[in-house]
Each structure stands twice: as C-alpha cells, then as structure tokens.
Write a protein that binds this ligand. Structure first.
Ligand code: MRU
Length: 316
C-alpha cells in the first residue's frame, strides 16, 4: 500500500502533495505554503478524490492557523475550491474548533482507518473468483491511504476472493487508466484497463461479476454522486443483473442534502474534453438510490431503504 504520508502530509512550513496529474509517469511533490496554494492544488487536481481533498484542506487550515492567516478567508477559499465532494466541507467544519496539526493528522489517520473497515465489510459481500469493474480512482490516492473501492479490492485480493479487475479508463482525465491501474499494479492485482464504452459488452459477455465504485457525496435518500460515467455503469449493471456497490466513508454521507437533485455537480473546463470544438464537461453524475445494491461505510453494509439505514449508521 502507498504510505499515507507519501500521498499528502504536513511538513514544518508546507502541505506537501504527490502531484496526481503526473502519475504514473513521474512522482513529483508539490509544496503548498498557504491555504490559497492548497485550494489551487485542489482545484487543479494535484490532489483529488473526496476524502483526500478533505484531508488536504484540514492540513491547509492547520498551516494557516500556525501562520496567523485569517482563518475565515482560508476556510472560504478552500471550501470553494471544488463543490461536489462533501468531505471538503466536512473536514473544514471539523477543524473549526481545533485548527491544529494534531487534529488534521488525526482526521487523516481516521480516514485511512475507515477505509480499512469498509473494505473488510465489502469483501464479505464477494465470492471467490470475483471479476470486478471499477470506475475513476477510489484508491489510496483518493482517500489519503488504502482506498475505498480499491481498498475493497485489496481486501478481497488478500482473502483470495478476487480474480480480476476491469479498470474504466475514466474520460476525460483518465483517473482509472493512470491512477487505479498504477495502484493495482503496485498491489500485484490482475487488471486490465478498458475504454469506458467497453463496459456494456464485457457485461453482456459474462465477464463482469459486480461493479464497485467510490462516492463524492451520498444524499440522505442514498442517491450518490460520483465521477461522470458512474450512473451509466449502474444502469448497465441493473440491465445485466449485476450488483452495484458503493463504498464510501461516513464523511461522504450528507444527510443535510435530501436527494441527488440537491447535490451540486461540478462543471469543469470544456478544454479537458476537447480544445478543438465546443464541449461540455460535467465532472460527476448522480446514481439514483434505486440502482444501488448496497452502500458500504465503515459501520457496515447498508441496503434499501437507504434513508433509515444511512440515518441509523450516522447516528452511531
Ligand atoms: O474528480 P475526482 O478525481 O476528484 O473524482 C473522484 C471520484 O469520483 C472518486 O470516485 C470519489 O472521490 C471517491 S474517492 C474515494
């Protein structure tokens, strides 16, 4: 497993981030010396993935406090850096009363620990010989260590339940082809990258047993925002009678957002899709709760009706 401090850490005078834009070709650190620097790194996806941007924001606020920066302004610039993943706002809310580096480090450690727990719960759902399909990168890079959906694949692999992983390349920024494949290679898990459009025919051919993804925000209803293309996979999984599992920590569950319609969806620069023609670039979509077989958090496996299940899990 990629060490959590390798992915992101707080040094004496900087938040240091492994530049995820350059992986897997180069392993380069980016040093951020202010909250504004970290906000820019989140916006430009030096660091990305819902829990990881929350941890980065927590480190940024701790650094801002030590530097005597205006904490309201630091909070604002970080909060506004990306809109969809609720982990960002969650981490900043957490840091408010205790903006110290010890607290930020605890948030980081806790996220990794939550990953290990939900991964174990997800592996309990899988049978020997599983061929799983995953989308985007919900690995250690996205959570600050171990991973949610990829963590579940690691746990399944360690138990001898996993045969193969299909990795959606994940247009337009290729988090699957660049980051998930790199993490699976490190773990020596058999995998193959596929064009996003190949999922349907692989399912039709009987080569996929389940779909496992992460999440950026789970509404009270269970409607789930994740990387653009996740919704299509859920529709495909339902059509082919395959289970569709969402693996995410409680820090991704937002009971104050009633349903998917209220989740803000980030629109990114159309140039990420094509620079030559007009383009549209929604970065996330919402999978309706009705297409989700189970949502797995650190507290266990939650099934429909999700509203009481999630409310109960968050109350524990
Ligand atoms: O735009 P990104 O790369 O930040 O999107 C990330 C995802 O959609 C992940 O699946 C999600 O954040 C879960 S990460 C454990």
């Amino acid at each position: 497993m990629l060490e959590p401090e390798r992915i992101l850490r707080l040094e004496a005078d900087a938040v240091v981030l492994l530049d995820q834009r350059l992986l897997p070709l180069e392993e380069v650190d980016v040093r951020c010396e202010s909250a504004a620097d970290v906000a820019e790194a989140i916006r430009t996806m030096v660091v990305r993935g819902a829990p990881a941007i929350g941890v980065a924001a927590a480190y940024a606020l701790a650094l801002a406090a030590e530097h005597g920066e205006d904490l309201d302004a630091a909070d604002r610039v970080l909060r506004d850096s990306r809109p969809t993943a609720v982990n960002l706002a969650w981490a900043l809310d957490e840091m408010r009363d205790d903006p110290t580096r010890a607290h930020a480090r605890r948030i980081h450690r806790d996220e990794v620990e939550r990953c290990r727990r939900m991964a174990a719960h997800t592996a309990d759902l899988l049978s020997p010989g599983t061929r799983a399909l995953t989308h985007c990168n919900a690995g250690g890079l996205a959570t600050g260590g171990y991973g949610s959906a990829v963590g579940a694949l690691l746990a399944a692999w360690e138990r001898g339940l996993l045969e193969h992983v299909w990795v959606d390349e994940t247009r337009p920024l290729l988090q699957g082809a660049r980051l998930t494949a790199w993490e699976l290679e490190h773990a020596s898990i058999p995998h193959a990258v596929i064009a996003d459009a190949a999922a349907a025919s692989l399912m039709r051919a009987g080569e996929v047993d389940c779909v496992i993804t992460g999440a950026d925000r789970i509404a009270a209803s269970g409607d789930t925002a994740n990387k653009i293309g996740t919704y299509s996979l859920a529709v495909l999984a339902r059509h082919h009678g395959l289970p569709f599992y969402v693996v995410a920590p409680s820090t991704t569950v937002d009971l104050r957002t009633p349903d998917g319609g209220a989740i803000p969806i980030e629109e990114r620069d159309p140039a990420e899709v094509t620079e030559r023609f007009p383009a549209r670039n929604p970065a996330f979509d919402v999978t309706p709760a009705g297409l989700i077989s189970a949502i797995v958090t650190e507290s266990g496996v939650h099934r429909a009706p999700f509203e009481p299940a999630l409310a109960g899990a968050m109350a524990v």
